[in-house]
Design a protein around this ligand. Structure first.
Ligand code: ZN
Length: 252
């Protein structure tokens, strides 16, 4: 049987979504899990999500929220910054904070910015700026030059997250959402930028956790239902704020 790889991204400290995704991954005979970053931010279960990703993923890249927690949240909006500050307080090593705390902090601090495997380039944002730059679906219309430059920076396929908007950008400047890919997307016909969507905070109107599996060059989008109410109740009870909770129930 061909090797089956799962690529996940943008977990955002949503433990219920991450556990549901790993259950789906385990039921599908996946041999390796790769993570494109943003393990933390927006949600409250940073520690448990870091531990799970560290244990289960062969590679985890650095997302902008991961970077902000261990560096600076400059440039983030107030809502995101509030969650970053909350996360930093909980993760920051202390004199008698124990080894696990120190290990988690080191893990987030040392996350790599890109990874190459098979014929693929993996980044959180874009090949031009791996941690920070967004590649939006509307870029095919409003920023074709940006996309051309991005397509010039890799061979084969480039996997990204960051926008929380799943879909495939093809070399002819088209964005194809998962709804138009009932049989998945076959890599190899030309270069492609594949956005794997978000596990912990989908923004494409579908509230279920999103990730992809790749086997034999075929990219398949997976949607996994999870206990959103449990997640939103935990966020509401924290000082992260209701906006982060409400958007989970909207998928926005
Ligand atoms: Zn994100």
């Amino acid at each position: 049987m061909a090797e089956r790889i799962a690529i996940i991204s943008d977990i955002h400290a949503n433990l219920e979504a991450l556990v549901a995704v790993f259950a789906d991954i385990d039921a599908q005979g996946v041999s390796e899990v790769l993570c494109l970053g943003d393990v933390v931010g927006y949600g409250i279960d940073a520690e448990a999500c870091i531990d799970l990703v560290q244990r289960r993923c062969a590679v985890c890249l650095c997302g902008n929220h991961d970077w902000a927690v261990v560096n600076s949240a400059l440039g983030f909006n107030a809502m995101a910054r509030q969650a970053i500050d909350y996360t930093r307080e909980r993760l920051h090593p202390r004199a008698f904070g124990g080894r696990r705390r120190a290990r988690r902090w080191a893990f987030v601090k040392d996350l790599p910015q890109e990874h190459r495997t098979n014929d693929w380039l993996l980044v959180h944002g874009s090949p031009r700026d791996p941690v920070m730059e967004y590649v939006f679906p509307e870029d095919v219309e409003i920023a074709p030059q940006k996309l051309e430059e991005i397509f010039g920076m890799f061979e084969g396929a480039c996997f990204v997250g960051h926008t929380h908007l799943p879909g495939v950008f093809t070399e002819d400047m088209t964005f194809v959402p998962p709804a138009q890919l009932p049989d998945g997307y076959y890599l190899g016909a030309g270069r492609a930028v594949v956005n794997v969507g978000s596990v912990g905070q989908p923004r494409d109107g579908d509230v279920r956790a999103c990730y992809v599996q790749v086997a034999d060059g075929q990219v398949t989008y997976r949607r996994v239902a999870y206990d959103i109410q449990k997640t939103t109740e935990k966020i509401r009870a924290s000082r992260i704020g209701n906006v982060c909770a409400e958007r989970l129930a909207l998928g926005k």
